[in-house]
Design a protein around this ligand. Structure first.
Ligand code: NAX
Length: 326
């Protein structure tokens, strides 16, 4: 007998939304035996665009698509959802400081956190809309008795970017590159950890001898990739972000292969000395029973410790800006 999963997507009429919904509806995310009901959410002005999107989804005649709901009210749109992918957020305007963006977008996530508590008894939530770590913290803190560990923020795009850079430098297929952890914030302070990564089963630092590149250009390329894409494309990453959101949900939905892990920002339990309760990106493994754990025992040298401290400090300062919303 086939199962049904209900997935809410906020900001579904935006550019990431357009790259995301068809792939979820097609069965690519949960497999051919699982039906999907999509709950699409937008601001009232964009509901007509969602109606057009729903027409296109129906015109794909996907066997796995069992229904489409359209809402501008999160209290209705989150009713009974199993996954909430929170993409909708205001973009950063010209000259806008990061802290202004945090203050502008924070209130969206208080309302959505409350709506998740009211409507969804068995939900997992990933925040994509920026600043995603802090927005996820706001949603979680407003979601009452929904367990804190049901909330995460997406750093999978950063991990995929880092894997590609390492593969290109080593001249190998991207599949050879594993266990690249993004630590900390989805921002320019993130630390893409090559020291604990492997290439073809060997330590990345043994395969790539140019350690100056690893400590320098590699890290800054990953940290600033989003800005480079905006500069080249004239728009921010969309299809690659949607692809990463699919990877993120799959990573939490299915058990992780032995010996591997993936990156996601989750509530810190104090692992690696990171303050408990911060939404910090860690190496994660999903277990057979569907729960997840933070991978323990990875070594950090002084270079890495310094990077972790910087990204943790940034997350604390973001939390300070939104403390009235928590
Ligand atoms: P778009 O501006 O194309 O779409 C955002 C959509 O969200 C709009 O249609 C808007 O009407 C809607 N929206 C705004 N407030 C809403 C609310 N309260 N409820 C429901 N919908 C709402 O942006 P897009 O390129 O799709 O990017 C969306 C978000 O993803 C941005 O915050 C962006 O910064 C963030 N990103 C996050 C990434 C990550 O790795 N975590 C990478 C890509 C992307 O930059």
């Amino acid at each position: 007998m086939s199962k049904t999963v209900k997935v809410a997507i906020t900001g579904a009429a935006g550019q990431i939304g357009y790259s995301l919904v068809f792939r979820i509806a097609s069965g690519e995310l949960f497999g051919p035996d699982t039906k999907v009901v999509l709950s699409l959410l937008e601001i009232p002005q964009a509901v007509t665009a969602l109606e057009g999107l729903a027409m296109e989804l129906n015109d794909c005649a996907f066997p796995t698509l069992a229904g489409i709901e359209i809402n501008s009210d999160a209290n209705k749109g989150f009713d009974g959802v199993n996954w909430a992918i929170l993409v909708g957020a205001k973009p950063r305007g010209p000259g806008m400081e990061r802290k202004d963006l945090i203050s502008e977008n924070g209130p969206i996530f208080t309302g959505q956190g409350k709506a998740l508590q009211r409507g969804a008894s068995d939900v997992r939530c990933v925040v994509v809309g920026n600043p995603c770590n802090t927005n996820a913290l706001i949603a979680a803190k407003n979601a009452g008795d929904v367990p804190f560990n049901r909330f995460s923020a997406m750093t999978m795009l950063d991990e995929n970017r880092a894997r590609y850079q390492l593969a290109a430098k080593a001249g190998v297929a991207v599949t050879e590159v594993q266990n690249v952890t993004i630590w900390g914030n989805h921002s320019a302070t993130q630390y893409p950890d090559f020291y604990n990564a492997t290439i073809g089963g060997k330590k990345a630092t043994d395969v790539i001898s140019d350690h100056e590149w690893l400590q320098g250009d590699f890290i800054t390329t990953v940290q600033k990739r989003g800005a480079a894409i905006i500069q080249a494309r004239g728009k921010s990453s969309a299809a690659s972000a949607a692809n990463a959101a699919l990877d993120h949900v799959k990573n939490f939905h299915f058990p992780t292969e032995d010996g591997k892990w993936f990156s996601a920002a989750v509530p810190s339990d104090g692992s690696y000395g990171v303050e408990e309760g911060l939404l910090f990106s860690f190496p994660i493994r999903t277990k057979e029973d569907g729960s997840y754990e933070i991978v323990q025992g990875l070594a950090h040298n002084d270079f890495a410790k310094d990077k972790l401290a910087k990204t943790e400090a940034e997350l604390k300062s973001e939390r300070e800006v939104v403390k009235d919303l928590l």
